[in-house]
Design a protein around this ligand. Sequence first.
Ligand SMILES: [Zn+2]
Length: 250
Amino acid sequence: MTPKQKQFLFLAMIKQVVYSEIELELNETRQTLSNWWGELKNERQEIDEIRSYWKMKCDKVEYEEFEMWFKSTPKYCHYCKVTQEQLNQLRDKGELYTKRNRGYILEIERKRPDEDYDKLDNLVFACYWCNNAKTDTFTEEEFMGIGQAIAKVWEDRLVKPKLSWADLKFSIQVSLKNRGLKDPAIRLRALDNLEIIISKNFMDVINDPSLLKLIEKNSFKSSLAPFKQNGILNGAEKSIVNEIYKIVLA
Ligand SMILES: [Zn+2]
């Protein structure tokens, strides 16, 4: 990217200057600017990301200054060291449970919470969980120890294999057969019936059973019931749902 192109993106994206004025200021034609806009897709994505962090809390600082801070600050949680890449992996494995929208990206954290967000040397990245737990109660030093404990949880979740529906079903089948039930066939049938209902109506759960962590067990039972002919789950089916949850929440 040439200095002039950088200036163009800055004017268009940060200052939100209209094209007619940018043409005059940079002495370029509209066609050139449009070409640059197309060519600089990756650079635009990067600016989009930095701008969204800047807008969130830090737009009292000049954008260029914030951009320098952003590019030079390590992209991992200051306390538990989880990286954005690892947060993405945890999300894809269904190992990041948050009912709110927070948690999927690193947040900007103030080491000393009594200072404002315009003191850039006071800012670090932190994961939602560390940020949320540290509040203004713990100092940076105090929270470092807590961060180490959280790091251990991430580490364990990152190596844990992703739960598949096939594995989940298999372990329920094995456990039903080994439990000395009088008639395991009733529950095995219930498992097959539920699998049919879930694959027809809740395909997301088949693709990623860990989604059930976000759905309360009884409300999942209530959403399955209408797909039964009589509108209610029988005892065996309810107990299978309990088994499913036992594995998902383990
Ligand atoms: Zn953290």
